[in-house]
Design a protein around this ligand. Structure first.
Ligand code: GLN
Length: 455
């Protein structure tokens, strides 16, 4: 059943919110020991919410857009009374003291939050292996990483443990695990969704977004979480209408899709051949396909990581052991330590303009060139991740870990919207199709996803 059909069924009392919760909770109980998607659960709290929704429906009272849907939240987003640790020992005893704006919106629209999901420590990773809670398994490729850093949120959807989850995406952390787990993930335009209450990794790149198994779940959640928030001055009111209206799309007759040669060149051939099938599908739906070139591809990773290190270093200065838990440098894992050390070094050198200033210049260049590419097309389609996920525990060099992000960081550097949806399998492991569009044209991505979904 599609997510939107389930909302309708709950409203029509063909299914109760309580039954939906119990059904999904039984899957969680059965599978979570092996998958480790959820790191904290609160059934009783969820049950109270579900019962209240059912009572209101029985009494013909109004209910919200998400009424009765079971929701999981990445554990770097503040949810009152849950441990918001960002999977770091630094914050292992930090209980959310308030609800982030996105959480307030979900509660207002009657989403049933069941628990928090696993992630890389402070979202700094692509495999969910650096979590203090241990790694998450990939439900659609057991024994392999689910991707990261929002691996728990993607795995929870892939294992049918809940209807919709939230993740955060700084350099690919929604799209990368969506790709590896074979589900849908959506990173909105920067500023479309409030970041208030999200623990920063790199604040000029971070964005919250949804995972689901179909476009109706993505659209519903986007309708709930997007919009201006006075608590986050980077946000704005969206111009387009309801995202739910964008998933009726059946033809792409008026859509031009760009395929970037360099994105295909850096990608494993077997993955490319799956992506080419998706591109043929786009063409059969009526889209005009255009070949594009993007020469800045090699600038993406160094620019992204420089900015990430500096902003992360600055964001972590509050974890000095006085207000929140233990001093970060004393308890964090090696990847977080690396970012703090290098970030600190670059910040010290900043007066000479040696690194950070160059990264900002490169960022402008990439943004201008990418916007120029998007001028002639509505959508850029290509692979989400250039290689297949490794086996859990396999040792990777740092640069090999970073290489997972080469195709996803560009959307964060430029601030544009981007998504991933399943494009088939290679060696029985899911691979994702990435769709990108101009800023604030998130709806075009969604309608393209919906046309593909109907095929
Ligand atoms: N893998 C990238 C990093 O390590 C992206 C992480 C993210 O998007 N949160 O920074």
């Amino acid at each position: 059943m599609k997510v939107i059909e389930k909302v309708e069924a709950i409203k029509q009392q063909e299914l109760t919110a309580q039954e939906n919760l119990d059904q999904m909770y039984s899957v969680i109980e059965e599978k979570n020991d092996d998958i480790n998607a959820f790191v904290e659960l609160d059934y009783e709290r969820a049950q109270k919410v579900a019962q209240d929704i059912d009572n209101r429906i029985k009494n013909n009272k109004e209910t919200g857009k998400l009424a009765g849907l079971v929701i999981g939240i990445k554990c770097n987003i503040n949810v009152e009374d849950f441990i918001v640790s960002a999977a770091s020992p630094t914050l292992k005893e930090y209980y959310g003291s308030y609800n982030a704006t996105v959480i307030k919106n979900i509660i207002k629209e009657d989403g049933v939050i069941v628990g928090l999901t696993n992630m890389d420590e402070f979202a700094a990773g692509s495999s969910t292996e650096t979590s203090m809670y241990g790694p998450t398994n990939n439900p659609n490729a057991l024994g392999h990483i689910p991707g990261g850093s929002s691996g728990g949120s993607a795995a929870a959807i892939a294992a049918d443990m809940c209807d919709i989850t939230l993740g955060s995406d700084t350099g690919g952390s929604i799209r990368n695990p969506a790709s590896h787990c074979g589900v849908m993930g959506f990173k909105p335009t920067y500023g479309m969704v409030s970041r208030q209450g999200l623990l920063d990794l790199s604040m000029s790149l971070d964005q919250i977004g949804p995972f689901a198994n179909d476009t109706s779940g993505i659209a519903l959640m986007l309708d709930v979480i997007t919009g201006y928030d006075p608590y986050d001055p980077t946000t704005f009111e969206r111009e387009s209408g309801e995202f739910l209206d964008d998933i009726e799309c059946e033809s792409l007759d008026n859509t031009t899709v760009g395929v970037v040669k360099e994105f295909m060149d850096v990608t494993d051939e077997k993955i490319d051949s799956q992506i080419n099938k998706s591109i043929d599908n786009l063409s059969s739906l009526g889209a005009e396909i255009k070949e594009l070139t993007f020469e800045d591809i090699n600038l993406g990773l160094p620019t992204y990581y420089l900015i990430n290190y500096v902003e992360f270093f600055s964001a972590t200065r509050k974890y000095d052991g006085r207000k929140y838990g233990e001093r970060i440098e004393e308890v964090c894992g090696p990847e977080v330590a690396r970012r703090i050390q290098i970030g600190s070094y670059i910040s010290q050198k900043e007066f000479s303009g040696k690194y950070y200033k160059k990264a900002l210049q490169a960022r402008s260049l990439i943004r201008n060139d990418f916007n120029a590419l998007l001028k002639d097309v509505d959508i850029i389609a290509g692979p989400t991740v250039p290689k297949l996920p490794h086996k859990i525990g396999e040792k990777l060099e740092t640069m090999d870990m970073y290489a997972y992000d080469v195709l996803t960081v560009l959307a964060n550097i430029t601030g544009i919207p981007a998504s991933s949806m399943n494009a088939g399998r290679v060696n029985d492991i899911p691979v994702g199709l990435q769709l990108q569009a101009k800023p604030e044209e998130d709806h075009k991505i969604l309608s393209t996803m919906s046309a593909l979904e109907k095929l």
